[in-house]
Design a protein around this ligand. Structure first.
Ligand SMILES: Cc1ncc(COP(=O)(O)O)c(C=O)c1O
Length: 453
């Protein structure tokens, strides 16, 4: 079959990568160390042990290029991996473009997003260490759902703090978590000191990922049998997601293609890292491809934030990480892409952005939903609002190429489906979705609270 005819490129199970790719081995500028939040001295692995499994801490600091995926994890990955790479023939036709557009579809996982790629190994390593209970935060609920399923697979209790605005916008995600046996509460909650403090200041506070992290960390730190699990940002999460880009590379080879542009939406950075990092070695060898991270204009961490040490949460419990940040006291507007409402950014994505190896673009909600609707109507899949940020920029790049009279091969990560995000689509169809910016004075106020290091 000629490459022009290929629609769905499927890797056989035996081609499932056996190793995760660790971009830390190839970074031109090594990461600045995480700092202990109290002493502000570089973190020792022991500082993280009250919260994370030892194996995950080792992965966090490893500079080995390839880290073996445990056989048991690989066997479970096979339930949905290798995920398909689709050629977007319908979208290409609608755009009247000569560009070749491909999307890696992570919505085929049982929970509907890429998040299970990391939830599964995180639970596996915690189980191996005898942990009985895991706490976590979730924005739109995709991560919480993934962790809930992974915990059920390993008979571990899951406790999920879900950002309040999303808890009410996306009630079925809570139901999904409960079906898998997890407990899910809206954050801020009265169950923790950080939640109670936030509620006392403002009982109607919509919640933020930073605050939900504080609650989950506080809960885990207070119990011997409990660890904490994070769905993005950290190096080990980006490592686990590298399976996406490694598979995509093999699938593009099968189609006799190589990308000019690779695009992913960016919240804490993990799905973007997943699709983009396995192409970093090519970039370092002088490859011309562009790697584009897309964020919401309402939470423009890379495009308007500063590269500085900051806490990962509101209460200041987490280590200080050198990352692009809008300030941990920043409370983003309650946009529908709840998974992109995070003040910080993966330190790996941040450093590579700082070094000019990746680009970033911020887009508005209405343009995102217009792109999502066109995609749904031409490709059939209703995309998650988060993933739709990548679709917006894919379309913009294809239209730009048409104007310039050039042909490009564009690959984007469709990180999840939006079948439980229909409330957001309902608002869009009713014409009440707002394009929200983040006001400069609020940004400056939030940045003025950055910790002194
Ligand atoms: C479908 C989907 N894509 C992307 C994201 C953003 O997270 P990350 O930047 O870690 O991929 C989320 C987060 O909840 C999500 O649910």
């Amino acid at each position: 079959m000629s490459r022009e005819q290929l629609t769905k490129i499927i890797l056989p199970e035996e081609k499932l990568p056996k190793f995760w790719y660790n971009v830390q081995a190839d970074m031109p500028t090594p990461l600045s160390p995480g700092l202990n939040p109290h002493s502000k001295q570089p973190l020792a692995p022991a500082d993280l042990e009250p919260l994370f499994a030892r194996e995950l801490i080792m992965q966090e600091v490893s500079t080995e290029r390839y880290i073996e995926i445990p056989r048991e994890v690989r066997e479970i990955y096979k339930k949905w991996r290798p995920s398909p790479l689709f050629r977007a023939h319908g979208l290409e036709k609608a755009l009247d473009t000569s560009c070749h557009i491909y999307y890696k579809y992570e919505g085929v996982s049982p929970v509907g997003s890429h998040k299970l790629n990391s939830a599964l190994p995180q639970v596996f390593y915690n189980k191996a260490q005898g942990i009985k209970r895991l706490t976590t935060e979730t924005g739109a609920g995709q991560w919480g759902t993934a962790l809930s399923l992974a915990c059920k697979m390993y008979d571990i209790e899951a406790m999920v703090y879900m950002v309040k605005v999303s808890y009410y916008q996306k009630p079925y995600r809570r139901v999904a978590m409960e079906v898998y046996g997890a407990k899910c509460v809206p954050s801020p909650s009265p169950l923790t000191e950080s939640g109670r403090k936030a509620l006392a200041q403002n009982p109607d506070m919509p919640g933020t990922l930073g605050l939900a992290i504080s609650e989950a960390v506080e809960d885990a730190a207070g119990r011997e049998d409990t660890n904490y699990s994070l769905g993005s940002v950290l190096n080990h999460v980006c490592l686990h997601q590298s399976i996406i880009g490694q598979e995509a590379r093999l699938q593009l080879e099968m189609a006799d293609e190589y990308p000019d542009i690779v695009i992913g939406c960016c919240g804490g950075g993990s799905n973007f890292a997943g699709i983009a990092f396995p192409f970093i070695p090519d970039k370092l060898k002088g490859g011309q491809l562009r790697l584009i991270a897309v964020e919401p204009a309402a939470c423009p961490t890379l495009t308007r934030g500063v590269f500085a040490y900051d806490y990962g949460d509101v209460a200041g419990f987490t280590p200080l990480l050198k990352m692009y940040t809008l300030g941990s006291s920043f409370s983003p507007p309650g946009i529908h892409a709840g998974g992109l409402r995070y003040h910080g950014e993966s330190p790996l994505v941040s450093q590579l952005y700082h070094d000019g190896l990746i680009e970033a673009v911020a887009v508005y909600q209405n343009g995102v939903f217009q792109a999502a609707q066109l995609f749904a109507r031409t490709e059939g899949i209703i995309p998650a609002p988060e993933s739709s940020h990548a679709i917006r920029v894919t379309i913009d790049e294809a239209l730009k190429a048409r104007e310039q009279g050039v042909q490009r091969t564009i690959v984007f990560n469709l990180s999840g489906h939006g079948n439980l995000d229909l409330g957001a689509y309902d608002n869009f169809l009713a014409g009440i979705t707002e394009d929200v910016d983040f006001p400069e004075e609020e940004l400056q106020k939030s940045l003025s609270n950055l910790p002194q290091v």
